[in-house]
Design a protein around this ligand. Structure first.
Ligand code: PEP
Ligand code: MN
Length: 376
């Protein structure tokens, strides 16, 4: 059960202290407080965990300082959608709003290789009105002899160039909790020119200690990739690990499932789950067409499979696209064969806009249908 308090409740106030005393007396119930400092207000949610079936909603609802009470199902307590749950499905980070209602493109390098390529990428993004990118510094590789990423050494120039070209958020995978501090230090040393969306890769979706460490901080939001060989439920529970530790600024990423059934694509594209994740949880949903498809192959219509799957995800309401680009894919140190070309960026963005408009038209059509068929 979640007890949502009136905004800006002072934890030192009598009303708050009395409320906590009363909740502490509930038998077999553990009380956990989550406080979210927003730009305009501080929200306090109190989680009642344990034998909540015995508690009457009305008894809690009528306590002083309580705004409303939500009875949660067992699944995804913090990030899930529950009956009569009107909690928001958006958050803001470094001036960018992430939501189940909007869409951001994170085009960029799978792996940072040199400052020239980073600069070419970021310049192209700025010229095309983009403020988000992806830049891999820590690369989890299947083969121990493959390039492992430049790690912390590339962070200063990546962040400085981001500041130069107006990039506000960089999606960057981390594979160990020490990378958190390295990113913090590099941001500070460069004067915080940009923001970082921490990425947990598919190989680490169930690295619970990493999830806990990343969940304990609220400074950076998190993009959690779906595990490539586990169920959707297991991956959503992994996201809940982050939230249960205190960080609920979580975006859920679909990136294809590991199975030969998806051949000749690198992974089996799973973007049909975009609306499913949005129904089950309040997380914005990201699609990664590059790691799903894995090639620049085009269909008989001349349109690349990567573009086709992006359109499929966006027309179903995806909220973020993480996509590999590279100025010279032949020289990319990681995943060159799936990288889109710099000159394809404006075309890609236009194609995305077409799919998004189609989604918005579909939404309007559904609203119209419901207004004419109120019981539908
Ligand atoms: C990536 O986005 O660079 C990446 C390695 O993705 P995934 O974890 O989905 O394989
Ligand atoms: Mn990659």
């Amino acid at each position: 059960m979640i007890v949502i308090l009136e905004p800006n409740i002072d934890p030192k106030s009598d009303v708050y202290i009395n409320l906590m005393d009363q909740l502490a007396q509930l038998p077999n119930i553990q009380v956990r407080v989550h406080r979210e400092q927003g730009v305009q207000q501080t929200l306090t949610e109190i989680y009642l965990i344990g034998d909540t079936a015995a508690i009457r909603l009305e008894d809690i609802q009528t306590l002083p300082a309580v705004d409303r009470v939500v009875r949660v199902s067992q699944e995804y307590r913090v990030l899930g959608r529950h009956r009569d749950d009107t909690r928001s499905s958006h958050f803001e980070y470094n001036g960018v709003t992430f939501s189940q209602d909007n869409l951001h493109v994170f085009a960029g390098l799978c792996a940072v290789d040199n400052p020239d390529h980073v600069e070419m990428m970021m310049k192209a993004l700025q010229e095309n009105g983009q403020v988000c990118t992806r830049m891999g510094a820590y690369k989890p590789r299947t083969n121990p002899y493959s390039f492992q990423g430049h790690g912390k050494n590339c962070l200063p120039y990546v962040f400085e160039l981001a500041g130069k070209y107006g990039i506000k958020v960089i999606a960057m995978e981390i594979t160990h909790e020490i990378h958190l501090q390295e990113i913090r230090d590099a941001l500070k040393a460069t004067g915080n020119p940009t923001g970082v969306l921490l990425q947990i890769g598919t190989r680490n979706t169930q690295n619970f200690e990493l999830l806990k460490a990343v969940g304990r901080q609220q400074e950076f939001p998190v993009l959690l990739k779906r595990g490539f060989g586990i169920t959707l439920e297991e991956s959503l529970n992994a996201a809940e690990y982050l939230a249960s530790e205190g960080n609920r600024k979580v975006i859920f990423g679909l990136r294809g499932m590991k199975t030969n059934m998806g051949d000749p694509h690198r992974n089996m594209v799973d973007f049909a789950h975009v609306p499913v994740v949005k129904r089950l949880t309040r997380m914005p949903v990201c699609i990664d067409p590059s790691h799903s498809v894995g090639t620049r192959a085009a269909s008989s219509d001349g349109i690349q499979d990567i573009f086709h799957v992006v359109a499929q995800g966006v027309i179903s309401g995806a909220n973020m696209i993480l996509v590999d680009f590279h100025p010279v894919p032949g020289k990319a140190l990681v995943d060159g064969p799936q990288a889109l070309l710099m000159e394809e960026l404006p075309y890609f963005l236009q194609d995305v806009a077409i799919a998004r408009q189609a989604y918005e038209k579909r939404l309007a059509l559904q609203t119209q249908f419901l207004s004419q068929n109120p019981s539908g």
